[in-house]
Write a protein that binds this ligand. Structure first.
Ligand SMILES: [Zn+2]
Length: 217
């Protein structure tokens, strides 16, 4: 016999999931809010305990309940697993951050100033025009360049990054740097920064070269 979930059970599931579909999340990390329904994990509509309920988008609810004979259908354990992962992610980060994780954190540095002194030091100052991040590694990549003591290690929005660079044969032409950071969502990302102080105004380029999601580790 079909037993409607109590309104308490229904509320618990809607709030815990924030109306995010457990299969959209589990299969492709899609944390978008979805129109959907409460599904019965064991496919028994008489069992409407919170533990047996799961919010699914309409498409996934249909797929889950139809159990095609050919393709391997979704299993209850699989669904429970994704649902529990979703709940703990929402609990851990809150839905704001969970939603933001879909689109990468905005990481952006602009050229604030650069000057070259006769002592052979390029005084490079960059400004954080994006979200806060922590620097894991920062180095000069062009031959003949070596980066002095740069700071700070953790950059809030609007903060300046000072990167004095020793130039072996001055004045400097194109200077390439590699920057590895960890953004607020926990992703490690790498950028290449190119500054050419010999051009006036200096040419500047900030380019993401890899994006590795290590948020779950
Ligand atoms: Zn879905």
């Amino acid at each position: 016999m079909r037993k409607k979930p109590t309104s308490e059970a229904e509320t618990t599931v809607l709030v815990s999931s924030r109306r995010r579909c457990a299969l959209c999340y589990g299969l492709r990390r899609d944390l978008g809010q979805k129109d959907g329904q409460l599904a019965h994990v064991d496919r028994n509509p008489a069992n409407s305990d919170v533990e047996n309920l799961c919010y699914l988008c309409f498409d996934h609810h249909n797929q889950y309940d139809s159990r095609p004979s050919q393709a391997k259908g979704f299993t209850p354990n699989e669904l429970r697993h994704y649902r529990n992962m979703l709940y703990s992610e929402i609990e851990r980060f809150g839905i704001d951050l969970a939603t933001h994780r879909q689109s990468s954190e905005r990481v952006f540095l602009t050229l604030e100033s650069n000057s070259y002194s006769s002592s052979g030091v390029l005084d490079l100052i960059l400004k954080n025009d994006g979200d806060p991040f922590n620097i894991q590694n920062f180095e000069a990549a062009s031959p003949g360049l070596s980066l002095g003591t740069w700071h700070p290690r953790s950059l809030s929005s609007g903060e300046l990054l000072r990167a004095p660079t020793n130039v072996a044969k001055g004045p400097p032409g194109e200077c390439i740097y590699h920057l590895k950071i960890r953004d607020r969502s926990g992703s490690t990302r790498s950028f290449q920064i190119t500054v050419d102080p010999s051009k006036s105004p200096a040419e500047y380029d900030f380019l993401e070269i890899t994006s590795t999601d290590s948020g779950s580790t």
